[in-house]
Unconditional design. Structure first.
Length: 139
């Protein structure tokens, strides 16, 4: 089985949909209006990656388990690659300016540079830049 043509949709519960959309627009993301309404918004990360920001009540309809409070526990870490370490720093700076907080200092491991933030609902976002030709053989 191949993954050609696959898309990924990350679904995240948010406490205030309008506030979350505004936050991610400040980071430069756009939203697909065909899949956006009062219950959720489809954030376009790339041609094959989307983040569905869903109201907590709507998110709850997709699971029988309790919805995690990301300000108190970590349910996942969304990690996206960037074209450069400067792009990593830029998006983290935009996020902090828009109300996010960093949860770790930036990290340069030689072959990979990374930094991240905690969004307005406590979800963890990591951004990395893999340096071409520098990735160790055991990765």
């Amino acid at each position: 089985m191949t993954a050609m043509g696959s898309q990924i949709y990350v679904n995240l519960p948010v406490s205030d949909l309008d506030r979350s959309v505004d936050f991610f627009e400040k980071l430069g993301y756009s939203f697909n209006p065909d899949f956006t309404n009062e219950q959720g918004a489809c954030m376009v990360v790339s041609d094959s990656i989307y983040v569905m920001l869903l109201t907590q009540a709507f998110f709850q309809t997709f699971t029988r388990k309790p919805v995690s409070d990301a300000t108190r526990s970590t349910e996942a870490i969304v990690c996206l690659s960037m074209d450069s370490s400067n792009a990593v720093d830029s998006i983290v700076a935009k996020a902090v300016a828009a109300g996010a907080k960093t949860h770790f200092d930036a990290s340069d491991q030689g072959f990979m540079y990374g930094h991240g933030f905690e969004d307005l609902d406590g979800h963890l976002w990591e951004f990395i830049h893999m340096k071409p030709g520098a990735v160790p053989a055991n990765c």
